[in-house]
Structures are given as structure tokens and as C-alpha cells.
Write a protein that binds this ligand. Structure first.
Ligand code: 2P0
Length: 354
């Protein structure tokens, strides 16, 4: 079993705490679910790699159903946090990120008590579907509840950001703005809700496309792009304008306007990635075919636009009447392994008896 500091026993946090596990007073085993989110104006570049502070603001939507369920069980018998992800011991990289969040929670709670953590993803990892966003949002929500720390959602977003930048956008549901912030300590780089899922009930079709060769992780890719891509600073400048455009489109519930800016921002990010040395090519052939198909559908009057993160899968945001047409058109494309028909949804929440 792997530990964040390689010490101590490793009880399973699944199910009820074992009879030997001591949950200290004022603490309780807690579970939370958080959704993935997909950015409409992207985060690709950091001003601080330790605190995950972005160079530009970003805007996203939370996606219902897909995400992470995380259980946190404080246990004063433990010498270090222990963690399972999909029932496998977390690797060292994940433990370092988890350790950042858990250290902050312990400091807020004024305790040294460690915890057992168990995370189960309902989204495939490493397909560019932001499983780290849902994972760290769920961890922040569950850990603060477990340790009796009372934070509002903006403060909670700052905590989730310590694990993974995009995780701050999965605390709130619906349409979310992540502020760049100006302060070195990151306290003003937080997420806020712009509109709820009920305010603008858009749908989404997640087009799962299998992974090719091992991809470059996002943090490393951002470093490489900043260092070598000739388009990097132009992309960051573009993001400020695109975020304003997204906010205007969301305020006006203007689907066409949102689609134009979201596709342009996605392609600008991928142009920046492609021009990185060595080039970051996240797409598969099916990725490109889905993009063409969505554009053909739109030209025929179907309300849909695509966006893609650091992986081959595509998220198609749809007006409610467009889901069937999109599913039918992209479902048969070779290389598409699965479709998830879903919608813009709520944010991270506690799950009773999770
Ligand atoms: C986004 N991505 O805005 C962009 C688009 C990927 C492409 O946020 O290093 O996993 O943990 O802060 O949050 C992926 O970045 O990176 C991401 P870290 P994260 O959704």
C-alpha cells in the first residue's frame, strides 16, 4: 500500500470504519460526489505551478453523472494518509497532490490526524475527460466535512485547486468562471458560479475515443507549451477576450455565440499544443472526424458545438433537441468506443452514507 509519507498501517477506508479504526472526536467519515467539468474557454498555462495558479481566467460547465465519489475517513491510528483510486493504491504523483489538499485541511482543522481516502471514478481516467477535476473537488468537499472544517463554496474551490487547477471549477454546478487572481498566495484565484444548470439546461454528448500512445500529463504539457510554443502568449491573450465573450453568451443564453467562441478557443489551445516542441498531439483520427461531423450537423441547423481537452475524447454541447441527431451521427464513427448522453449538472455535494 502506498502512503503520502510512506509510514504507518493501511486500513481500507471502504465500507464502515473497521473496528480498530478510531475516528477522533469532532470528525466523521464523509463521502462526496463531484462532477467532471469541461472548459469552454480553456486553462492551459500557469503563473504558479505549486499552487496551480493560472495565467488566464477560464469558463466551464459541469457535466452531470460523470465524476468521482470520494470517501474520507479520519483515523488517529494512521501515521500517513492512505489512498485507493478505483481500488488500486494511488501512485506517488497522486499522493503528492492529495497531500497538498489534506495538509491544508489539517491546518484549518488544527489537527495532525491523517485519513484513509477512497476515490471511485465514474469516468475513464486519462482520456482527457478531467477525472482529476472531479477527484480533487470531491476530495475537498469530503475532507472538509470529515474534519469539521466549514468553508463556503468559493473557499472550497481554492482548496480543490491545490490538488488540480481545473478542480476548482467542479465545486459549483452549472456554468462557472475561474478567476485568474492577482495575489501571489492564490487567495483570489477562485471559482464562482455564473448560472445554474437549471438557468440554461443544455445537454451534452460525451464521445469517448480510445487513447493512443501515452499522453503528456496536463501540468507537464503546460510547462512545455509555455517554454516552446510560439503561439503560447497569443493564446493566453486570447483567453481573456474569450472568457468575456463566454460570459456575454451565457448571460444572453445565446447558444450560437457560445458555440463560436468555445470551438475557437478549443482550437486555439490545440494549435498552441501542436506547435509545442515536441508537439502535443492529443487527437486521434476519430477526434477529427467527430469535429467535422458536428460542423456538418450545425450547418444543417442542429444546435451543437464541440470542445476537446488534453486527450482524444470530444464533448459535444447540445441544445435539448439536438442530442438524438448528434448521437446518431457520431456513434458510428470508427474509433468511437462509447457515447454518454448527459447534461449540464450540479456541483460537488456530500453523499449521505456514501
Ligand atoms: C481545462 N485542461 O481548462 C484544460 C483544457 C486540459 C485542457 O484543466 O496541473 O488537470 O492539475 O492544474 O487541472 C487540465 O489541467 O492541470 C485542464 P493541473 P489540470 O480544463
Amino acid at each position: 500500500m502506498t502512503h503520502d509519507d510512506d509510514r504507518g498501517p493501511a486500513p481500507m477506508p471502504s465500507g464502515r470504519p473497521s473496528s480498530g479504526a478510531i475516528v477522533p472526536e469532532g470528525m466523521q467519515r464523509s463521502a462526496a460526489f463531484a462532477p467532471i467539468n469541461i472548459a469552454l474557454s480553456k486553462y492551459w498555462g500557469k503563473r504558479d505551478h505549486e499552487r496551480n495558479l493560472p495565467l488566464a481566467p477560464s469558463v466551464s460547465v459541469c457535466i452531470a453523472e460523470l465524476g468521482t465519489l470520494t470517501i474520507v475517513a479520519p483515523n488517529q491510528d494512521l501515521d500517513g494518509n492512505v489512498m485507493l483510486i478505483n481500488d488500486k493504491p494511488a501512485d506517488q504523483k497522486a499522493l503528492v497532490r492529495v497531500g497538498r489538499v489534506m495538509r491544508a485541511v489539517r491546518a484549518l482543522a488544527g489537527t495532525e490526524v491523517r485519513a484513509g481516502v477512497r476515490a471511485v471514478n465514474t469516468v475513464p481516467t486519462a482520456q482527457g475527460l478531467a477525472s482529476s477535476a472531479s477527484a480533487f473537488a470531491a476530495l475537498a468537499r469530503a475532507a472538509t466535512a470529515a474534519y469539521g472544517v466549514d468553508l463556503d463554496d468559493s473557499e472550497l474551490s481554492g482548496l480543490a485547486r491545490l490538488g488540480s487547477g481545473s478542480a476548482c471549477r467542479s465545486i459549483h454546478g452549472g456554468f462557472v468562471l475561474w478567476q485568474r487572481g492577482e495575489l501571489d498566495d492564490g487567495s483570489d484565484s477562485i471559482a464562482e458560479q455564473i448560472a445554474t444548470a437549471e438557468d440554461w439546461p443544455l445537454r451534452a454528448v460525451i464521445v469517448h475515443i480510445g487513447e493512443g500512445p501515452k499522453k503528456t500529463p496536463s501540468g507537464e504539457g503546460m510547462r512545455l507549451s509555455a517554454a516552446t510554443s510560439p503561439f503560447f502568449s497569443a493564446f493566453i491573450d486570447t483567453c481573456f477576450r474569450d472568457v468575456s465573450e463566454c460570459l456575454g453568451a451565457i448571460a444572453g443564453r445565446d447558444f450560437e455565440r457560445l458555440g463560436v467562441v468555445a470551438e475557437a478557443n478549443c482550437l486555439a489551445m490545440h494549435a498552441t499544443m501542436l506547435a509545442t516542441r515536441p508537439g502535443l498531439l492529443y487527437w486521434q483520427a476519430a477526434t477529427v472526424e467527430v469535429m467535422h461531423t458536428v460542423r456538418r450537423l450545425r450547418a444543417a441547423g442542429v444546435g451543437a458545438f464541440f470542445t476537446i481537452d488534453a486527450g482524444p475524447s470530444v464533448v459535444v454541447i447540445c441544445e435539448p433537441g439536438a442530442v438524438d441527431a448528434v448521437s446518431t451521427a457520431v456513434g458510428g464513427i470508427p474509433g468511437v468506443v462509447k457515447l454518454t448522453r448527459t447534461r449540464v449538472g450540479g456541483g460537488a455535494h456530500l453523499v449521505p452514507n456514501g
